[in-house]
Design a binder for this molecule. Structure first.
Ligand SMILES: Cc1cc2nc3c(=O)[nH]c(=O)nc-3n(C[C@H](O)[C@H](O)[C@H](O)COP(=O)(O)OP(=O)(O)OC[C@H]3O[C@@H](n4cnc5c(N)ncnc54)[C@H](O)[C@@H]3O)c2cc1C
Length: 359
């Protein structure tokens, strides 16, 4: 439709369908017959939940292993409460998966508490789906990055979400900050900036390219501006300045200009010599992207990854390079979207069903 006129708002349509199902208590149908086959799902994010739900509907005996104490993955600890209400939406969706008979084990870190090979050899699982996401944050590698008051966006948002910084009745151990600098221009940066602003800080988003190249959705940038976030565009951090007690006291930045397009097709940012200056800040939130944590791949024999540490898996059925092991979501694609992670969960469930039926 976007080619012919106004594009359909697919996100709004998805939301309408999900809200309608919640309001009218529409529940998924499941098979009453259990088939006795045990499947393990690693991670309770949208990918793992979808895969587990689809397999349970077909009669499989599914257990989800989750590293954290709460279920839901980034839906719960990444996306802020004001964009995705946890009790009203996420908890209800998880409840539906539980009703299908899926078992959940929290505080189990696969690769540490136990391994995939042990799940097969010692616990009788016949197939495994990895939906462990892409939770490893990137940093810039500039001086001062280890100071107190420097966070990854993941850590900052996790503290805000899981320790309920948005609720006045909670005493959250979070560094609220007075002057916060968020480095990066993606959707996660917009979320971190808006959370910091709602905790009372004056927030600057520091981004090395111009407005045109901002990777965040226009809607998110608009909302951030509405909430008073200031954008320092064509600006790049050089050093985080640290006081005598090891706390952030400022950030040295440099002005940038755009040169020729690079491999990504975007114009390459170049430093303007002699344009360094200092900004006053007590909290720096690095929002430069994430990659999958190599814990699972490094502890599982025969599970191959690519150069970005993403697990190699077939898009059609989630099959990895190891027999009986399937994967999908951010662990395979790198940081992407909820709906893609859910789609991969469905493909993985189909792949596992075919694999076990043919075995
Ligand atoms: C701040 C933020 C905002 C976002 N906003 C949007 C948005 O508006 N729209 C959108 O579509 N997408 C958004 N995304 C992206 C989206 O949330 C992800 O693409 C999606 O959650 C990926 O789902 P997943 O199931 O693959 O992984 P995740 O949601 O990351 O879940 C992975 C789960 O696996 C667990 N895990 C990891 N390692 C192990 C292990 N070794 N053992 C056991 N468990 C493990 C983790 O604790 C986690 O619970 C956002 C992401 C962030 C960070």
């Amino acid at each position: 439709m976007g080619l012919r006129g106004e594009p359909v708002s697919i996100g709004k349509l998805e939301r309408f369908a999900a809200d309608y199902a919640l309001e009218h208590d529409i529940r998924p149908e499941s098979s009453k017959e259990k088939n006795g086959h045990k499947v393990a799902v690693i991670g309770s994010g949208p990918s793992g939940l979808t895969c587990a739900g689809d397999l349970a509907k077909q009669g499989y005996d599914v257990t989800v292993f989750e590293a954290l104490h709460e279920l839901g993955g980034v839906l719960v600890y990444g996306i802020p409460e004001f964009r995705l209400p946890k009790e009203k939406v996420v908890a209800k969706e998880i409840e539906k998966v539980k009703e299908l008979g899926v078992k959940f084990e929290t505080n189990v870190v696969i690769g540490k508490s136990t391994t995939i090979d042990q799940l097969f050899e010692e616990e009788g699982f016949e197939a495994v789906y990895i939906g462990s996401g892409a939770g490893l944050p990137m940093f810039m590698g500039i001086p001062g990055e280890n100071a107190n008051g420097v966070f990854s966006a993941n850590e900052y948002l996790t503290r805000a979400n899981l320790m309920k910084a948005f609720d006045e009745n909670y005493d959250t151990p979070i560094f609220a900050g007075t002057n916060v600098a968020v480095v990066g221009g993606g959707n996660v940066a917009m979320d971190a900036a808006r959370v910091a602003a709602r905790l009372g800080a004056c927030v600057h988003v520091v981004y090395r390219r111009s407005e045109t190249e901002l990777p965040a959705r226009a809607e998110e940038v608009h909302h951030a501006r509405e909430e008073g976030i200031i954008f320092d565009l064509l600006t790049n951090p050089k050093e985080i300045l640290v006081d005598e007690n090891g706390y952030v006291k400022g950030m040295k930045v440099v002005k940038m200009q755009l040169g020729e397009p690079d491999a990504s097709g975007r114009r390459r940012p170049e430093e303007i010599p002699g344009s360094e200056y200092e900004i006053k800040t007590d909290t720096v939130i690095m929002s430069l992207g994430t990659s999958p944590n190599p814990l699972i791949s490094s502890t599982t024999k025969g599970l191959d990854i690519n150069r970005w540490k993403c697990i190699i898996a077939d898009e059609e059925n989630g099959q990895t390079t190891k027999e009986g092991v399937f994967a999908g979501g951010d662990a395979v694609t790198g940081a992407a979207t909820v709906i893609l992670a859910m789609g991969a969960g469905k493909a993985g469930a189909k792949g596992i069903d075919e694999y076990l039926k043919n075995k």
